[in-house]
Design a protein around this ligand. Structure first.
Ligand code: SF4
Length: 355
């Protein structure tokens, strides 16, 4: 029963799309006439990252100069690139020329007809290959360009970013399931058109959409939530131990921070890397602790990272540790000194004084 229902789904989706295309689809684009694999191929490559309206004059000029695969293969590369000038992404133009020559050598100038062979050609991905074989040769091959990904992600509410292989594979499976056995060429045009027109990225016109009855994202009122965008990288976390050295007068030891980096040039609490031995730091700086206590950790968030602070409160004898470098160290008197401390430092000192 499930298989029958799936079949039903598929033909409904395709039929509604085809009926819509009949009325509203684009049927007069230059590459939709005299369709040959060569003509479809050139249009598909030009349309990558470029709008239809921009492509049309380039396509027409290209076809006038290189009307066939053999004409392109025999052309001078500079001449080909000259026709590409203004379209950008010149690697595409170079690949076209290289591929035309390769088809001449390996396939006797006839565009290959199996998916594996076409995908193996330089500059042709799985979706472009599917488009060439379905549109020009009527083969039942699914496609999955950016527009189709958007339609499928919304129609089936497919979770996850399509840039991830597992998500893309799921989309390919759906694309395959929906592709009909008949009228494949028109179906391919139609689903691309739907994505390029009604099912637009930011403002889909769902009320006019031929498949809105079953579109999961539309029914749930969340079309623009799909497809999901690339997940943001987790904010990195840095860790540090901060020493709160307090003398018998209730002053706190501050150290001037290096001129660059966070809180550059300000006075802050002395720091030590968390993976270093705490006692080593005290020894190195000649502090003899009367008492030593780790305080609850504190997180301070900067624009591009979190700083996890492990504060340690140490009480020292007031005469302990003469400060030799006044430029670098100072005894901070909370009662009489004003401002100039980074937010987490003030916060930590306040906490300690309240204890
Ligand atoms: S109903 Fe809306 S979201 Fe769903 S496929 Fe149609 S246009 Fe896209």
């Amino acid at each position: 029963l499930r298989a029958v229902l799936q079949e039903q789904d598929k033909s409904d989706f395709a039929q509604r799309l085809l009926a819509w295309h009949e009325v509203s689809g684009r049927k007069d684009l230059p590459w939709q006439h005299n369709t040959t694999p060569y003509r479809v191929w050139i249009s598909e490559i030009m349309l990558q990252q470029t709008q239809v309206a921009t492509v049309i004059p380039y396509y027409q000029r290209f076809m006038r100069s290189f009307p066939s695969l053999s004409a392109l293969a025999a052309a001078d590369i500079d001449e080909v690139l000259h026709h590409w000038s203004g379209l950008g992404y010149y690697a595409r133009g170079r690949n076209l020329h290289k591929t035309a020559q390769l088809i001449g050598q390996e396939y006797g100038g006839e565009f290959p007809q199996t998916l594996d062979e076409v995908v193996a050609l330089p500059g042709i991905g799985r979706s472009t290959a599917g488009a060439i074989l379905s549109i020009a040769s009527g083969q039942r091959q699914p496609i999955l360009d950016g527009n189709v990904k958007r339609v499928l992600a919304r129609y089936f509410t497919i979770e996850g970013w399509p840039g991830k292989t597992a998500v893309a594979e799921k989309m390919w499976a759906y694309a395959d399931r929906l592709t009909p056995h008949e009228n494949v060429a028109t179906y391919t045009q139609a689903i691309m058109d739907l994505g390029a027109s009604l099912c637009s990225r930011t403002k889909p016109s769902c009320l006019l959409c031929p498949v809105n009855d079953d579109c999961s994202a539309y029914k749930n009122g969340v079309p623009t939530d799909y497809p999901h965008s690339k997940p943001k990288k987790a904010t990195p976390v840095r860790t540090v131990r901060m020493w709160i050295i307090e003398n018998g007068k209730g002053d706190f030891l501050l150290e001037r921070r290096p001129p660059t980096g966070i809180w550059g040039g300000l006075w802050g609490l002395p720091e030590q890397a968390l993976d270093e031995q705490a006692d080593d730091w005290l020894l190195q700086h000649h502090w003899q602790a009367l008492s030593q206590q780790a305080l609850p950790p504190m997180r301070h968030t900067f624009s591009h990272f979190h700083l996890d602070i492990q504060p340690v409160h140490v009480k020292v004898d007031q005469n302990n540790g003469e400060i030799m470098e006044a430029q670098r160290w100072l005894w901070y008197k909370p009662a009489s000194s004003k401002g100039g401390l980074a937010a987490p430092v003030s916060k930590l000192l306040e906490q300690v004084m309240k204890r």
